[in-house]
Design a protein around this ligand. Structure first.
Ligand SMILES: N[C@@H](CCC(=O)N[C@@H](CS)C(=O)NCC(=O)O)C(=O)O
Length: 207
């Protein structure tokens, strides 16, 4: 059975949980206490040299790290990742966008807000806020003309951007002026009968 090494409050992990739910794929969830150093042990660094979750173990002793690489692996051969060259490149476009413009900006700011760490990261936080605003402006511009991010159909690109993007307000980003983005959030939610839960950060994340 597939194993997913994961920390439940991670929205990078959420991406994988959402796709596995869509695929009806059973898996074993292996919790990793990242704020207690469990992702930095020699044993875990063998699985992912950078020491972060999520990590997928599709067969014993075989590991894939990086949430969006895991999404691609799992979505291969399904409608969530088209095989035609251009259509696939458009999905990739938004997966790379997510890793550069969304996760390290909106995702990190949300983490700092929820764990009381904005003040300690004041200078970096300002840069992340303007980069996050730019990402939301780009999403608003694109989604005012398209129902989904790539090829006008729901794909792992939407799953990846949705993970941290739909929680941007928790990072104190203003979504009121971004109606197309808000409508897209509802459209993505509508792809599942029930989304996987969102978990609050654990007390060890506040230290
Ligand atoms: N680009 C990576 C980021 C992974 C990442 O930052 N994971 C965090 C949790 S959201 C983590 O495990 N941090 C633990 C650490 O860095 O020690 C991905 O998309 O999978």
């Amino acid at each position: 059975m597939l194993k997913l090494y994961d920390y439940l409050p991670s929205q990078n992990g959420f991406k994988i949980r959402l796709l596995l739910q869509h695929l009806g794929q059973p898996y074993q969830h292996v919790p990793v206490a990242i704020f207690q150093g469990e992702s930095r042990t020699p044993e875990f660094l063998e699985k992912n040299p950078v020491g972060a979750i999520p990590v997928l173990e599709p067969q014993p002793g075989v590991y894939i790290a990086e949430s969006n690489a895991i999404l691609c692996y799992l979505a291969e051969g399904t409608a969530y990742l088209p095989s035609e060259r251009l259509a696939r490149a458009r999905v990739m476009q938004w997966l790379f966008f997510e890793q550069y413009y969304v996760e390290p900006t909106i995702g990190t700011l949300r983490f700092w807000v929820l764990t009381g760490k904005v003040k300690a990261n004041e200078v970096l936080a300002a840069a992340k806020r303007s980069a996050g605003e730019r990402a939301l402006d780009a999403l608003e511009r694109h989604l005012s003309r398209h129902p989904f991010l790539a090829n006008d159909s729901y794909s792992i690109a939407d799953i990846a951007v949705f993970a941290y993007g739909h929680l941007a307000a928790e990072g104190h980003f203003d979504l009121a002026a971004r109606p197309a983005f808000v409508r897209w959030i509802e459209r993505v939610k509508g792809q599942s009968e029930k989304l996987p839960p969102i978990y609050p950060y654990t007390p060890d994340a506040m230290a």
